[in-house]
Design a protein around this ligand. Sequence first.
Ligand code: RFL
Ligand code: PHB
Length: 390
Amino acid sequence: MQTRVCIIGGGPSGLLLSQLLHLNGIDNVLLEKHSRAHVLARIRAGVIEHGFAQLMQEAQCGERMQREGQVHHGFYIAHDGRLDRVDLHKYSGGGSVIVYGQTELTRDLYEARDRLGGVVIHEAEDVQLHDLTGDRPYVTFRQGGQAQRVDCDFVIGADGFHGVSRKAIPAGVLREYEKIYPFGWLGILSRTPPVSPELIYVKHERGFALCSLRSPTLSRYYIQVPATDKVENWSDEAFWEELKRRLPAEVAARLVTGPSIEKSIALARSYVAEPMQYGRLFLAGDAAHIVPPTGARGLNTAASDIYYLSRALIAYYKQGDARGLETYSEKALARVWKAQRFSWWMTRLLHRFPEHSPYEEKLQAAELAYLFSSERALASLAENYVGLPY
Ligand code: RFL
Ligand code: PHB
């Protein structure tokens, strides 16, 4: 097979790039390890920045998000017996976020690829990258036992944190920065009315909790659990009991519980790989960096990578201008590190850290007290939460 751009990974990053390139007449092939049903069964992000929503419009797949996504102008933080609201609209100068599930967004992207007749190869096994520092890189894989090869100009590694692309960069070139937290988030999706029309982030002595939602009839809740915990240890009843103990009494009293549709644990980790380019390989999204979910930055940062990368590839093919590709890693990383800082800050603000001394617990309480006493501190939180400019 011959193409211009071979994209590895059919998550939001890979699909969005594939669609944007196709719309600009740039031939590409996308290789995904799993089936479409498997990819669409994953429940992940729920909070979308407007910059990302605009990119979805540009990619001709933002129509349903615009129709069904809910615009949120604020969220709550429960702490120390109080329920304080962060007014995103007021403190970010008119900003907001859109609550729309990653599952739905991925479905929209797949449907858009189908409409244009994009080449998306599912269940591509044993994907391997070759000759990345030469002029004609290629990718090999197996499909239904058959060996296949894609010759291309560029390879895009959009295959998530556990993918193969990043591992193709030699150890002497790749620099890795990492922080592993001693906890994860146990999440439940349930067909119940959300307890609050706006998200509630909860700091509690038993651990962090989050009340989120997907629609007026679909709720998403999380509780902090030790990194060593297993989802099998948690019945639905045990989850709801623990969630209620962490919520403010008036919120717990109106919580509607029900059977879980999905239940999983996501470990909290901060990670960045530098550089995001190696020869003709470009990394994007979770393949290059991940954050703990607290600040809702992961998917949004993947989208900003795709913004820079799509523009760079379009300028290269349309104007023969390679500058965007040459500066991609530097540009993307500048925004990536700001998202890292914000996610780390919000994670540290709201979770229980088993290793913390009473002194550090006091500092955490003081940080929250300061936040809600300072319009400037709230403005900094709001500006980051709605998304920094591209
Ligand atoms: P993905 O979504 O992991 O997709 C990568 C795809 O690559 C495939 N793949 C391979 N394909 C071919 N060959 C291989 N060898 C391959 N290895 C892997 C995989 O099957 C997969 O389909 O990465 P992408 O596209 O970069 O997207 C990143 C986002 O998924 C991620 O950042 C977010 O989900 C993070 N995240 C959140 N981000 C937000 O911006 N806002 C949120 O509210 C938010 N909430 C969350 C989150 C992540 C969570 N979990 C489970 C980690 C909440 C949770 C619980
Ligand atoms: C979600 O709804 O899944 C969600 C919302 C906000 C976050 C993380 C996850 O910070």
